[in-house]
Structure formats: C-alpha cells, structure tokens
Design a protein around this ligand. Structure first.
Ligand SMILES: Nc1ncnc2c1ncn2[C@@H]1O[C@H](COP(=O)(O)OP(=O)(O)OP(=O)(O)O)[C@@H](O)[C@H]1O
Ligand SMILES: [Mg+2]
Ligand SMILES: [Zn+2]
Length: 259
C-alpha cells in the first residue's frame, strides 16, 4: 500500500543522507535536517524558554556602550569556554537584554561546544526543589539538583527575584558552591543593583547612572535579596557585567507592533 506520510525534508526525502560530489567521487553526507533536529533536541534539554530560543549574539543589537561591552564579553566567554576562569553576572534594569544574552550564550555553547547546559529561573528552581518535599511528588530533590550540579554551563536567571529565606540562601549557596568547587561555570542575571565599596552602601548604582531607564522601583540591592554570603561567593566566581539602557520591550518592541 502507498505510504502517504508527508515528507518533511525534500532534500533527503527523510532518509537523513544526501549524495555529495567530491573530487574522490560521490559520498554520502548527513543532511542538514538531521543536524537541525539534533540542535533542536539539544536545545530542548537546556530548558531555555520558548521566547528566548531564537536569541543569538548575532540578533542582539547593542545600542549603547554598556551593551557593546556586554556583547564583547559574551563573545569572549563563548570563545574561551570551557577554559574561562569565571562565569558572568549580568546586572541591569528591566528589558536591557540580560536574559537574551544568557540564553544566546547557553544555546551557542551547547550547540557548538558539545557541552551540556541548563537554564533555570531562580524562582522556578526554588519552587521545583520545594515541590519535591511534598509527599505526592514523583521527583526527589536529587532529580532536580543532579542536572543543576552536573551541567557544563548553568544559566540562573533573575537572581534575587524571590525574597530570600535562610533555607533559600543555604540551598542556592550549596548549589553554587558545589559548582564552583567542581570548576563549573555559571551565568547569572539580576535586576537588583550591586553596591560599590567606596560609596554609600545603600544607594543602587542604577540610580546614579544617567543612562538608567529606571523601571526598578525599589532601593533594594542584590545583597539585600540574596544575603552577603551568597553575594560574596558569586562575586568570586563571576565577572560582573553592568548593563545600562532603555527597556528594549518598551522602546523597540512596542514601536514595531502594528494593528
Ligand atoms: N539589544 C537587543 N537587541 C535585540 N533584542 C533585544 C535587545 N535587548 C533586548 N532584546 C529583546 O527584548 C526583550 C527583553 O529582553 P530581555 O528579556 O533579555 O531583558 P532582561 O534584561 O532580561 O529584562 P528583565 O530584567 O525584565 O528580565 C527580549 O525579547 C529580547 O530578545
Ligand atoms: Mg530577564
Ligand atoms: Zn533532510
């Protein structure tokens, strides 16, 4: 009986192979569709949210010097990986592209360096761990933590987005410390400004910056949110990349929506 399945790849008719002429005659090569599927499967495992799946460094438009620097540092990080000494901490106000950059780095590294990678929103990680404590949970704490400990590159988004408790601080410290001891690299993003040592400890840097778009309506700093011990460890294991600028969602995306 005829097979009416729809052929997905007209190049290889879904065989996965194409005949390529070389100077030694015809050879069989993997079709690009196989590589694309492999990339998609690899990206699925990273858990990068759908909205950020297509984020790359090539489609990141650096509109000011801090964004240019952030882009340059991101490229260097990828080039050096896995030999980079430290991870990255992107700090800046809403919509400046922190999650875009973290996702783009993670996705390029898993696709081109053969490393495993995992994206986690800080709040989701805490919630997923807490959910395992429920008697009807099918997952154990180590089901959640093992990939977080073991992946080659972890992107932990929105650090400090959930108010700390001693348990949260201890748990995140444990995760981060273990990755640090194993020389595994981590990228963090945070909305919460750092404080500089030589200035008033409580004044957020964003507020001092003329380029700050200003959407963060709190004076809380990263250390207020995650505690001094965790912040100190993160500073030891990451290069801080301060980003300033306008909210891309508001200035560029809104302007492009047509109805
Ligand atoms: N420089 C840029 N070039 C291209 N797209 C950008 C740029 N900056 C941001 N975007 C896009 O704008 C949206 C918001 O960026 P993103 O989510 O990375 O911001 P964020 O700094 O993580 O914000 P938040 O603090 O609210 O999490 C995303 O869709 C992202 O792809
Ligand atoms: Mg973000
Ligand atoms: Zn094909």
């Amino acid at each position: 009986m005829a097979d009416f399945r729809k052929i997905e790849c007209p190049v290889c008719s879904d065989t996965g192979w194409v005949r390529v002429e070389t100077d030694k005659g015809f050879v069989a090569r993997r079709c690009a569709c196989v590589l694309a599927k492999r990339d998609a499967a690899v990206l699925d495992r990273t858990r990068i949210p759908a909205r950020y799946r297509d984020c790359t460094l090539d489609n990141f438009a650096p509109k000011n010097d801090s964004l240019k620097d952030a882009l340059k540092i991101s490229k260097k990080f990828i080039a050096k990986f896995p030999e980079a000494d430290v991870g990255l901490l992107f700090i800046g106000p809403c919509g400046v592209g922190k999650t875009h950059l973290a996702s783009a780095i993670l996705s390029e590294i898993v696709r081109t360096k053969g490393s495993s990678g995992l994206f986690y929103d800080f709040r989701d990680l805490i919630r997923d761990i807490q959910n395992t404590f429920s008697p009807d949970s099918d997952l154990s704490e180590s089901d959640i933590l093992t990939p977080v400990f073991e992946c080659g590159l972890l992107a932990l988004d929105e650090l400090g987005a959930k108010r700390s408790s001693t348990w949260v601080e201890e748990t995140i410290f444990y995760i981060i410390n273990r990755r640090y001891n194993e020389r595994k690299l981590t990228i963090f993003t945070s909305n919460y400004p750092d404080t500089s040592d030589d200035e008033d400890d409580r004044v957020p840097m964003f507020k001092k910056s003329a380029a700050f778009g200003g959407p963060k309506k709190t004076d809380e700093t990263l250390v207020d949110r995650i505690g001094i011990r965790l912040r100190s460890r993160i500073y030891e294991m990451c290069k801080v990349v301060d980003i300033t600028g306008e909210d891309f969602r508001k200035t560029i995306k809104q302007a492009s929506y047509r109805f």
